[in-house]
Write a protein that binds this ligand. Structure first.
Ligand SMILES: Cc1cc2nc3c(=O)[nH]c(=O)nc-3n(C[C@H](O)[C@H](O)[C@H](O)COP(=O)(O)OP(=O)(O)OC[C@H]3O[C@@H](n4cnc5c(N)ncnc54)[C@H](O)[C@@H]3O)c2cc1C
Length: 552
C-alpha cells in the first residue's frame, strides 16, 4: 500500500462508499449508494447539513420532467438536447450531455418513489434563454413543497438555513402567485410567521431537509465538522479511502468501492480563484466552507480538469456588517436590478448590461477590461433607483413605506448622487435621459432589457408598456454598489458518464467520482434555467452513487 508500509493503512473504520460533502450532490450520492447496496459514510466539513444547496432557492432543473404535463407544458428529449447544446456554446461533452438527459429523469424517479423529496413544476419560471431553439417558458424548473423540519428530530437544528430567505417559508410557486417581487406588501405575512415559528422551511432548506430525512430513515447520519483532507491510494493508484480531520483528530476511512467528491466549488479560495477564473468573483454567495478541497484532492490524483474559468456568476449586494459564519454575507441579487425604475451603471455613469437578464449572463460584462486604462471598464458598478422604486418594491432590506436602508447613498438629484458615489454626473444624467425614453417606448435598443419572457419573471406586470422598464424621474435617487459574485464555481475534474473522475491520460481514476460544483459542468459558460446547478449536481450525485455502489 502506497505510503503505509506492507500492511497497508490502519483504517479507523471501513465503508463501501465514502461521500464528501452534504450539498445536493453529496446527499443524493449517499442515498443512491445506499439504495444500490453500499455501506455509506457521509462527511461534512461544516457544522450543518446542506451546503450551498440548503441556502439556495432549492429549484431543480430537469428538462422533459413528468411534472411539466401537469401544468400543460410540452417538452421532448430532442428539444432539451438542442437547447443545452446552445447554452453550452460548444464547450460540453456530447456523451455527458446525452447522459444527463436520461439520468436526470432516473434520479428524479428514484427520489420521488423512495424518499420524501417530491416535486412540483414552477410553471412560470422560464428557461434562462427561452427564446432560443428548444427553450421553454417554464416548468423545466421544479421545486419541493414546504418541509416541516420537526420530521428531522434531533437533526432539526443541524439543517442549514438561508440567512436571507430563511424567515419567509414560501415556495417559488407561492411567491410568484402572490407577486412577491412586484407587490411585496401583498404577502400573507401572518401565515408566513406561523410557518416559520412551526419550523417550516422552503426552497433549498426544504430540499436538503427532505434528502437528509431520507438518509436518516436509512440509518445514514452525516459526520459533521469532519473535513476530508486527503485521498488514500494503493500502489496501483486506485483510491481506497480518505484521510479526515475533526475534533477527535485524524482518521483513515476505508472506501472499498469508491470515494465521491461532492465538496462544492472553490469560490472562497483566493488562490484557486486567481489561478483559474476569468474574473474574480470577490463576493461569493455560498457558505465559506467551499474552498476547493475536492478540486485539490482530484488534482493530486492527476485529474484532467475542465471548465475551470467559469462560475455560476451572480451580481451581489452587501449590507455593511452582515456576517454569516464568520465571513461577510454577500447577497446575490436576483430581482432588485430587474424591476422598473432601476439601472446599473459604471463609473462613467453608463449602463453596460441588460440588468434584468439571468444573473449568470448579465454579470459577464462586469469583468470587461479597458485595454488602455488597464483595468475593469465597469467596476465599480452601482445600482441606481428612484423614489418610485422604493414606493413599490422590495429594496434589499426595505419594503414599500419604509425609509431607504441607511447604508444606501441618496440625494435629491442625480447629479448630487453621482458626486457622492464617484460617478460621472453628466454621464449618469445622459444615461437616465436615454433610459427614460426607452421606458416610455417599452423597448431598450441598447441591451434588450425586458425583451425576453425570462426578464418578465422578475418584472412588474402592472408596469406598461414593459414590465422591466420604468423611468427614474422622482427624487430622491438612491445608489448602492453592486459587486461581481457567484453562487458557486463550476470547473473541476472531468468525469465520464458514470461520474468517474478522469485522469489526464483519459482513463478513469479507479475508485474516484465527482459530482456537483466540484466537477466540470456540462453546461460550459451557460446556465440553462432555474435549478440548472442543483439539477445537474443531484443527477451526477445519483449516477456516481449508483455506479460506486455497484462497482467491485
Ligand atoms: C442564494 C442562492 C440561491 C441559489 N438558488 C439556486 C436554485 O434555486 N437552484 C439551483 O440550481 N442553484 C441555486 N443556487 C446554486 C446552488 O445552490 C449550488 O450551485 C449547488 O447547491 C451546489 O451543490 P453542491 O452539492 O455541488 O455543493 P454545495 O451545496 O456547496 O455543498 C458542498 C458541501 O461540501 C462541504 N465540504 C467542502 N469541503 C469539504 C471537505 N473537505 N470535507 C467534507 N465536506 C466538505 C461544504 O461544507 C458543503 O456543505 C443558489 C445559490 C445561492 C447562494
Amino acid at each position: 500500500m502506497f505510503g503505509f508500509g506492507k500492511k497497508g493503512p490502519k483504517w479507523t473504520e471501513s465503508a463501501d462508499v465514502v461521500v464528501l460533502g452534504t450539498g445536493g450532490a453529496g446527499l443524493v450520492a449517499a442515498i443512491a449508494a445506499h439504495d444500490f447496496g453500499a455501506k455509506v459514510v457521509l462527511l461534512e466539513k461544516s457544522a450543518s447539513v446542506g451546503g450551498t444547496t440548503a441556502v439556495s432557492g432549492g429549484v431543480v432543473w430537469v428538462p422533459n420532467n413528468p411534472h411539466m404535463k401537469e401544468v400543460g407544458v410540452a417538452d421532448s428529449r430532442a428539444e432539451a438536447a438542442t437547447y443545452i447544446r446552445t447554452i453550452a456554446a460548444g464547450r460540453s461533452d456530447e456523451a455527458l450531455l446525452e447522459a444527463f438527459l436520461d439520468r436526470s429523469l432516473e434520479m428524479l424517479a428514484h427520489l420521488e418513489a423512495k424518499t420524501p423529496a417530491t416535486f412540483q413544476a414552477v410553471p412560470k419560471y422560464a428557461d434562462y434563454h427561452p427564446e432560443h431553439e428548444g427553450g421553454k417558458p417554464g416548468a423545466r424548473s421544479i421545486e419541493t413543497e414546504i418541509f416541516d423540519t420537526n420530521e428531522l428530530g434531533e437533526w432539526k437544528s443541524k439543517l442549514r438555513r438561508s440567512p436571507i430567505f430563511g424567515g419567509t417559508p414560501m415556495t417559488v410557486v407561492e411567491a410568484t402567485t402572490w407577486g412577491v417581487f412586484a407587490s411585496p406588501l401583498a404577502l400573507p405575512y401572518k401565515e408566513l410567521g406561523i410557518r416559520f415559528k412551526a419550523g417550516k422551511v422552503s426552497g433549498g432548506a426544504s430540499l436538503a431537509g427532505r434528502l437528509l430525512k431520507a438518509l436518516l430513515d436509512r440509518g445514514v447520519q452525516p459526520r459533521l465538522e469532519t473535513r476530508a483532507t486527503e485521498l488514500v491510494t494503493d500502489e496501483s493508484g486506485r483510491v481506497i479511502g480518505v484521510k479526515t480531520q475533526n475534533a477527535a483528530g485524524e482518521q483513515l476511512i476505508e472506501a472499498k468501492r469508491g470515494v465521491i467528491l461532492a465538496t462544492g466549488g472553490f469560490e472562497w479560495d483566493a488562490e484557486l480563484s486567481a489561478a483559474f477564473l476569468t474574473g474574480i468573483p470577490t463576493h461569493p454567495n455560498s457558505p465559506v466552507t467551499n474552498t476547493g478541497d475536492g478540486l485539490r484532492m482530484a488534482m493530486a490524483q492527476g485529474a484532467a480538469l475542465g471548465n475551470m474559468n467559469e462560475a455560476w456568476w451572480c451580481p451581489s449586494i452587501d449590507v455593511p456588517g452582515e456576517q454569516y459564519e464568520g465571513a461577510p454575507l454577500h447577497r446575490g441579487d436576483f430581482a432588485v436590478r430587474s424591476m422598473p425604475h432601476s439601472i446599473i451603471v459604471n463609473k462613467e455613469g453608463r449602463r453596460f448590461t441588460n440588468e434584468a437578464h439571468n444573473y449568470n449572463d448579465m454579470m459577464k460584462p462586469f469583468f470587461d477590461q479597458d485595454p488602455v486604462a488597464y483595468g475593469p471598464r465597469n467596476l465599480p458598478a452601482h445600482l441606481i433607483v428612484d423614489q418610485q422604486f422604493l414606493d413599490k418594491y422590495l429594496f434589499i432590506t426595505s419594503v414599500p413605506g419604509m425609509k431607504a436602508p441607511e447604508f444606501v447613498a441618496s440625494a435629491p438629484t442625480l447629479a448630487e448622487l453621482a458626486g457622492k458615489i464617484g460617478v460621472d454626473a453628466a454621464g449618469l444624467e445622459a444615461t437616465v435621459t436615454t433610459f427614460n425614453g426607452y421606458a416610455e417606448r417599452g423597448v431598450d435598443p441598447d441591451f434588450r432589457r425586458g425583451e425576453s419572457i425570462y426578464d418578465h419573471f422578475y418584472g412588474d406586470p402592472k408596469q406598461t408598456p414593459n414590465p422591466n422598464l420604468g423611468k427614474l424621474e422622482v427624487g430622491p435617487f438612491y445608489a448602492v454598489p453592486i459587486y461581481p459574485g457567484t453562487i458557486g464555481t463550476k470547473g473541476g475534474p472531468k468525469t465520464d458518464v458514470q461520474g468517474r473522475v478522469l485522469h489526464v491520460s483519459g482513463q478513469p481514476v479507479a475508485g474516484l467520482y465527482a459530482a456537483g460544483n466540484v466537477a466540470a459542468s456540462i453546461f460550459g459558460p451557460g446556465y440553462p434555467g432555474a435549478g440548472g446547478t442543483i439539477g445537474a449536481a443531484m443527477t451526477w450525485g445519483f449516477v456516481a452513487g449508483r455506479h460506486a455502489a455497484q462497482s467491485k
